[in-house]
Design a protein around this ligand. Structure first.
Ligand SMILES: Cc1cc2nc3c(=O)[nH]c(=O)nc-3n(C[C@H](O)[C@H](O)[C@H](O)COP(=O)(O)OP(=O)(O)OC[C@H]3O[C@@H](n4cnc5c(N)ncnc54)[C@H](O)[C@@H]3O)c2cc1C
Length: 405
C-alpha cells in the first residue's frame, strides 16, 4: 500500500491550496455572513475563476469537463477543499450534486444526461436528493411511505420529505418513492427525477438548524409532493432498484465526506494552535504554555492522523479491490472521523473562549453545520452495529469446547 501522492496530484493540490489562500479565504467571512443565497453572484464569479484555472470538477470524468481523479486522489483534494466551507461548492464537487452526477452518469438515459447531467456537471444548475421522511426512521429507508403511482404515461407522486439538502434553488430533485408496496422490502422503491417547477412540488420551508435556516445551497428543506405528475421517462434506472442505486451513491460519497471532515479538522486544529500561541493569560504566560492545552494539541494531532490513515486506506481499498472489500472500513471511518471532527472542533472552540461560540470565526459555522455528520449517511450507531456484527461473526465459536483466551 502506497499513500505517496502522485506528482501530478501533488501539483493540483498545491494549486488548489494557493487558490483557496489567494481568492477564497479573504472573502469567506463576508460570504458566510451574507449566506449562500445572497452571495450567489460572488460565488459564481469565484466558480468561473476556478474553471479558468483548470481546476473545476476534480472528481468529474474528463468527458464531463472535470479532472477525472480516482477516489484516493479526489479524497486528497476533498481534504484540501474542506478547509473552507466554500471549497467543495466552488470547485464543483459538492454534495448532493456530486452523488447525483454519479448516478445520472451510470443510470441516466441519453435524454436525462442531456437535460440534467450536462448542466449539473457544468455547475449551471443544482440538484437535491429527497429520500428521508419526517414520519419514518431514515435509518431504515425500507419504511418510506412517499408513493409514486402510475397513471397512463406518468407517475403521480404523493408524500412528504425532509432534510432534502440544497433544495432551495435546485433545478430538480431525485426522489425516492415507493412504486410497488407489495414487492420485497428492498425492491419497493424507485428513483424518479422531478424538476422543482413541476406542479405539486412544494418547498414547504428551509428547516432551521441550531437557529439558522440557511439559504440556497446551504439549506435543508421540507418538501411536499401533492399529486406531482412526471412522465415515466423521468425514472432513473429500473423500477424497484431505488435502494440498490442509493447504495452505489453512498459508497464513494462517504470517502468524500470523511476527507472533507479531515479538512475541517485541519482548519480547527490550525486555529487551536494559533490561538494557543497568541493568547496571553498573563504578561509572560501564553495559553500554549499550559499543559492541558498541550495535551489537547497532541491528542487532536494523533486522532486526526489516525482518522486520515484509516480513510486513505479505505479509499485505496475501494480503488484497488472494489467497494465490497471496503464495506467494514467505510463504516469505521464514517463514525470515527465524524467523532474526531466533533472533538477537534470542540477543543478549538474551548481554546477560543467566548469568541469560539460567536459567529466571528468560522468555528461556529462548522460546529453547527457539521453536527449532522454523525446522523446522515447512516447514524454512528448503525455503522458501529455493522462493524461489530462482522467482527463478532469471526469469533463465532466452532464448538462449545474451546473458549477464546
Ligand atoms: C445535515 C443533514 C443533511 C441531510 N441531507 C439529506 C438529504 O439531502 N436527503 C435525504 O434524503 N436525507 C438527508 N438527511 C437525512 C438523513 O439521511 C437522516 O437523518 C438519517 O438517515 C437518520 O434518519 P432519521 O433522522 O429519521 O433518524 P432515525 O432513523 O429516527 O434515528 C434516530 C437515532 O436513532 C438511533 N438509531 C437509529 N437506528 C439505530 C440502530 N439500528 N441501532 C441503534 N441506534 C439506532 C441513532 O442514534 C439515530 O440518530 C440529512 C440529515 C442531516 C442531519
Amino acid at each position: 500500500m502506497d499513500f505517496q501522492t502522485p506528482p501530478a496530484t501533488a501539483a493540483i493540490l498545491q494549486r488548489i491550496r494557493e487558490f483557496l489562500a489567494r481568492h477564497v479565504l479573504p472573502q469567506e467571512a463576508a460570504i458566510l455572513r451574507r449566506g449562500f443565497g445572497e452571495s450567489h453572484d460572488d460565488l459564481q464569479k469565484l466558480r468561473a475563476e476556478v474553471k479558468a484555472a483548470g481546476l473545476w470538477g476534480p472528481q468529474l470524468a474528463t468527458s464531463l469537463g472535470g479532472l477525472g481523479l480516482p477516489l484516493l486522489d479526489h479524497g486528497l483534494v476533498s481534504e484540501v477543499l474542506g478547509y473552507s466551507p466554500l471549497g467543495h461548492y466552488l470547485f464543483g464537487c459538492q454534495a448532493p450534486d456530486a452523488g447525483n452526477i454519479e448516478i445520472l452518469e451510470k443510470h441516466g438515459t441519453d435524454e436525462q444526461k442531456t437535460a440534467y447531467l450536462g448542466p449539473l456537471a457544468a455547475g449551471e444548475i443544482r440538484s437535491c436528493f429527497a429520500m428521508t421522511e419526517p414520519d419514518s426512521a431514515g435509518s431504515n429507508p425500507t419504511l418510506l411511505s412517499c408513493a409514486a403511482r402510475r397513471e397512463g404515461a406518468h407517475y403521480v407522486i404523493d408524500g412528504r420529505k425532509w432534510f432534502t439538502s440544497s433544495a432551495d434553488g435546485a433545478a430538480f430533485s431525485i426522489v425516492m418513492a415507493i412504486t410497488d408496496p407489495s414487492a420485497d422490502r428492498h425492491s419497493r422503491a424507485t428513483m424518479i427525477i422531478v424538476p422543482t417547477g413541476t406542479p405539486g412540488f412544494r418547498l414547504v420551508r428551509n428547516i432551521p438548524i441550531f437557529g439558522h435556516a440557511g439559504s440556497g445551497y446551504d439549506s435543508h428543506a421540507e418538501i411536499a409532493f401533492d399529486r406531482c405528475k412526471v412522465p415515466i421517462s423521468n425514472r432513473l434506472g429500473p423500477e424497484g432498484m431505488g435502494f440498490v442505486i442509493a447504495q452505489e451513491r453512498l459508497g464513494p460519497g462517504r470517502i468524500h465526506h470523511c476527507m472533507r471532515w479531515l479538512g475541517i479538522c485541519r482548519r480547527a486544529f490550525d486555529m487551536l494552535c494559533d490561538r494557543a500561541n497568541r493568547r496571553l493569560l498573563a504578561p509572560d504566560k501564553r495559553l500554549a504554555d499550559k499543559q492541558i492545552i498541550q495535551a489537547w494539541i497532541a491528542e487532536c494531532k494523533a486522532k486526526i492522523e489516525a482518522a486520515r490513515l484509516l480513510t486513505l486506506h479505505a479509499a485505496w481499498t475501494i480503488d484497488n479491490h472494489g467497494f465490497e472489500a471496503a464495506r467494514e472500513q467505510v463504516s469505521l471511518i464514517k463514525f470515527y472521523v465524524a467523532e474526531v471532527m466533533g472533538e477537534v472542533l470542540d477543543r478549538s472552540i474551548q481554546a477560543h473562549g467566548a469568541l469560539g461560540i460567536t459567529d466571528d470565526t468560522v468555528l461556529s459555522f462548522f460546529y453547527t453545520r457539521e453536527r449532522g455528520a454523525r446522523i446522515y449517511d447512516g447514524p454512528d450507531e448503525v455503522h458501529k452495529m455493522v462493524v461489530a456484527r462482522r467482527i463478532l461473526r469471526a469469533y463465532q465459536p466452532q464448538s462449545d469446547s474451546e473458549p477464546a483466551q
